[in-house]
Ligand binder design. Sequence first.
Ligand code: NAD
Length: 413
Amino acid sequence: MESDIHNFHKITIEDRRKIIEKFSDLNEEDIKLMDNYVDKNSFDMIENVYTLMSFPVGIATNFKVNGRDYLIPMSIEEPSVIAACSNGARYARILGGFYAYSTESIMRGEMEIYDIPDIQLAIIKIMTEKNKIIEMANTRSKTLSDLNAGAIDIEIKIINDEIILNLIINVKDAMGANVINTMLEYISPYIEEITNSKTNLRIMSNLTTERITYAYAKFDKNAIGENIVDRIIMANNFAKNDIYRATTHNKGIMNGIDAVLLATLNDFRAEEANAHAYASINGYKPLTEYKKDNNGNLIGSIKIPVAVGTVGGSTKTSRKAQLNMKILGIKNSNEFANILACVGLAQNFAALRALANEGIQKGHMKLHARNIAISAGAKDDAVDKIVNIMLGENNISYSRALELLKGDKNGEL
Ligand code: NAD
């Protein structure tokens, strides 16, 4: 089944569920989860819980990545993100969809070593014992060792009179934080012993310069318009030369990525920190790049660090996160990272296309009208009535919604 589902946004929620059910081969239990299911596991996920929040989860359609079709669950409070993402994927699909590749899941754990009597000697001691330290670290994860992964190397940095030991670890399908921190804490007494020093922080780094995803799509010049191709390239150059623009440019990319991470209960703060730090390595820059091919079509690409897990963290605690993973139908963290980078690229392309065209407010306000009507106090049928009038008048504002609501209460609508 293909993911370019015609009019998905116009059909009922029930019909959408039937399509998802078929696309992702869901069973009875999964289908029950789609309803107003209260995930009791969520009460045990964090501390001091007193209630649960409801976040809407929508589906981005049209995605084809490395030749395979995907429906992508996204959870976000902002209207128009899922519409834009689906729209970007629809344009990419015309010339074959997205192509993506992720490197191995290489992460870094950092250990701060201080009170060192002799820095040069301490470094020699650490590097002489490197294999033993790596072996010790790997005793902390039999699973990673069995997967032929785990700690693989040690790098040393000197900052002032401290040594920063970087333990390099292949965490495979995990995000990695717990396993990395556990390994660091386990090896630190031995490091203290051989260097005759003390250790302070022992924690993973959220900047993953060795865990990178590349995604690419070609956008048909005839579908988007040749002048828009030029204007998108111009807009990207603007972002390259202006940090105020680059920040917003990258925020748009993360709109999409965060929404998928939230739907699958991955750590979106980690990914936010990672992406923005990476964007700033050589002065803050946009994470995407655009150019023309020889025929004048637009080539869009993204290079972004993606450190996400398909195992570990809270991904397996929440039944709904598991359902969303099942709908995504991914096999490992590399495939997941590929999807996330493509979502970021689709989101960015759609935003730039709209901005370089009619502007984003027209489409956004149309989708935002419901939120405005509801926040003005409209309920049930009044929401649709007020939205339709505001759209008809092309006057979508809180004050107009309030006026109309007053009219509705007086029986004037
Ligand atoms: P985890 O420890 O829950 O799970 C990882 C474990 O899963 C591995 O140690 C391994 O034993 C097992 N595993 C099974 N199959 C595997 C496979 N195919 N590949 C890899 N591992 C496999 O999770 P984690 O990823 O180590 O930690 C993620 C959690 O840590 C998130 O909840 C995150 O929010 C949190 N956290 C983040 C930070 C940070 O970002 N700085 C710091 C601390 C904690």
